[in-house]
Ligand binder design. Sequence first.
Ligand code: PLP
Length: 437
Amino acid sequence: MFEPKQDKKVLNIIERESQRQKSVLRLIPSENYVSKGVGDTLSSSFSNKYSEGYPKRRYYQGNENVDELETLAIERAKKLFKVPWANVQPYSGSIANAAVYFSLLKYNDVILGMGLNSGGHLTHGYPKITFSGKYFRSYSYSVDHSGFIDYDDLYKLALEHKPKLIISGASSYPRSTDFAKIGQIANEVNAYHMADISHIAGLVVGKMHQSPVKHVHIVTTTTHKTLRGPRGAMILVTEKGLQKDPDLPKNINKGVFPGMQGGPHENTIAGIAVCLKEATTLEFREYALQIVKNAQCLTTHLKEKGFNLVSGGTDNHLLLLNFSDTGIDAWLLAWALEFGGIIVNRNTIPNEPGSSFYPSGIRLGTPAVTSLGLKENDMERIGCWIAEISEITRKYQENAGPLDKKMRLQIKALLNKDSRIANIAKEVKDFVNLFFY
Ligand code: PLP
């Protein structure tokens, strides 16, 4: 049997990443910790198998176990989300969206999705640099001045441009989405309505967010965010979708394979099957509730400390902090927080005055820390650390010249050496360690 020596270099990097994940507060809202059950599937023997095609219709032999596994994952997805049809093969959320678009649309057809600066995803029609904006004529609806989806704007754009597809769902929108309202607009202009619930799938399953299923034809979702599964995605067709177009399943299946992909990653599909079972439990309902409670608690503490939040708060798992006009550069702050053991991502905000690389926002979320077991009272502590590091960052910036690339790098180096930030990193590590046993 082929059994090479273990690759110490790679094992060493993996070990360091495991240690990193155990010593920092992971507040990136699209990340999580998978269960051991999910993690084990990824290195299982399904990693060795090719299985192009679908259950009972494969282009390779030796797929009896693969067929059983993929059918199980499909059945679990259908039951959990209450839909008549599912495809669990997409490698990721972006590919799932691409597969839907290329199944439904022709070159230059019109799509309408949420704008990137309002919280939408790159695959929802971002012009020039993504397939969704290059191959289709894309229009974007926005949030209003208070940071909530401007449904009137959406309606006006839909009437004007008659999109073939309306996309709801977002990547950095801290509020609930009214899928019913968008569904009515889609009906009126005879568009397909697809909800991309990548971020909120776990909240939908845990009944902490309205389900889109009654109001859309198609649902796409990643499986690795609030759903707490492996990195992958699913496409679901609803009853409403089947009524509008009975060929949706056939066309979407073709859109995934051979349209976008080759052999499915059945080891990932095994992980998806496991996470879908975990998501049926009462513990998962409690988990979803706690995610939202934690996000709201963190919001309260940060607002008390004077932070400005896009839309003034959150209904879901994420918060978007607005640092424009505060004397704090979000790029510098993201680094300062990392030096202090708090991992976030910088993000554009509505009417962004900066750029996508140097934006004015910081996006925070509670799914991963809630998986660790953090509760409301822990959010105050996190709020204090964030406030302290923000203040330190502001002071360094105040004493510096205009922020060009060189100056940013100089301040970053100072932040990396700051003794209070280094102490916070130790406090964070000790704190996070309490949740690993
Ligand atoms: N859709 C939404 C709403 C997302 O937030 C993301 C990722 O952040 C994606 C799609 C893309 O998922 P992936 O990174 O798996 O391609």
